[in-house]
Design a protein around this ligand. Structure first.
Ligand code: PGA
Length: 258
């Protein structure tokens, strides 16, 4: 059993002042009742990273810093983009790769996802590879094959030595931001599919997270029955109380399982 990883994906929310405020609130709650096992990561917008990093450092907070995206190129004519090296310099340790919102709204195809995964791990950062099917694929019953293909295409070109830097987040698109969390059985089924593919890449140690309308109300149930190693949290990570409630639920379930 792997210690849980909980990542707050703030998406395009919170300007720098609001981001500092939320980080300070998270700091107060973490200090008051530190999670025993869970690893906690905050993934703010690019423009907030430096200030959030400062709060984490000043408070000596045991919280990691994540970015929501990176460009796979080292430098050059990529207007509006940010490189892995730039993120590393800011103290970023984690990068979300191929979030469904990037894939759907910003034309990030499988090839770009694979290139980004390679660049993130080559740059010494830890990648969270996001996969998940949309509603039509789920209704057709093709979700297992779809997610398997997403995983294979992203992992195929990855050097063997880079595999240990990769975690996977299963995020069914129909559950993201909709309040329609996947059922525990659906999550457990996909955990099996994903673990099967990972085993083929000798990535049995990789953490597999669930994302999609995770909340304090469903986190314990998903932790217990879903066979996941943590959560990628969107909406509920924008308030310190609900985010920490999810962290505690995952932490408690892990402690009980050990
Ligand atoms: P949500 O987002 O928790 O708001 O559904 C999850 C995600 O997209 O990472």
């Amino acid at each position: 059993v792997r210690a849980p990883l909980i990542i707050g994906n703030w998406k395009m929310n919170l300007d720098v002042v609001e981001a500092v405020h939320l980080t300070q609130q998270v700091a107060v709650l973490v200090r008051a009742d530190p999670p025993e096992h869970a690893e906690v990561v905050l993934a703010p917008p690019f423009v907030d990273l430096r200030s959030v990093a400062s709060v984490i450092a000043a408070d000596r907070l045991d919280v990691g810093l994540g970015a929501q995206h990176a460009n796979p190129h080292e430098s050059g004519a990529h207007t509006g983009e940010v490189s892995v090296a730039m993120l590393r310099r800011l103290g970023v340790a984690w990068v979300l790769v191929g979030h469904s919102e990037r894939r759907t709204h910003y034309h990030m195809d499988d090839e770009a996802v694979a290139a980004t995964l390679r660049a993130v791990s080559a740059g010494g950062l830890r990648a969270v590879l996001c996969v998940g099917e949309d509603e039509a694929v789920r209704e057709a019953g093709d979700h297992g094959a779809f997610v398997e293909a997403q995983l294979r295409s992203a992992l195929a070109g990855l050097p063997v030595g880079a595999r240990e830097s990769v975690s996977v987040a299963y995020e069914p698109i129909w559950a993201i931001g909709t309040g329609r969390t996947a059922q525990v059985e659906q999550v457990a089924e996909m955990a099996g599919v994903i673990r099967g593919v990972l085993a083929g890449f000798e990535m049995g140690e990789a953490r597999v997270l669930y994302g999609g309308s995770v909340s304090p109300a469903n986190a314990a149930e998903l932790s217990e029955g879903g066979a996941m190693d943590g959560f990628l949290v969107g909406g509920a990570s924008l308030a310190a109380e609900s985010f920490l409630a999810i962290v505690r639920a995952a932490d408690g379930c892990y402690a009980a399982k050990r």
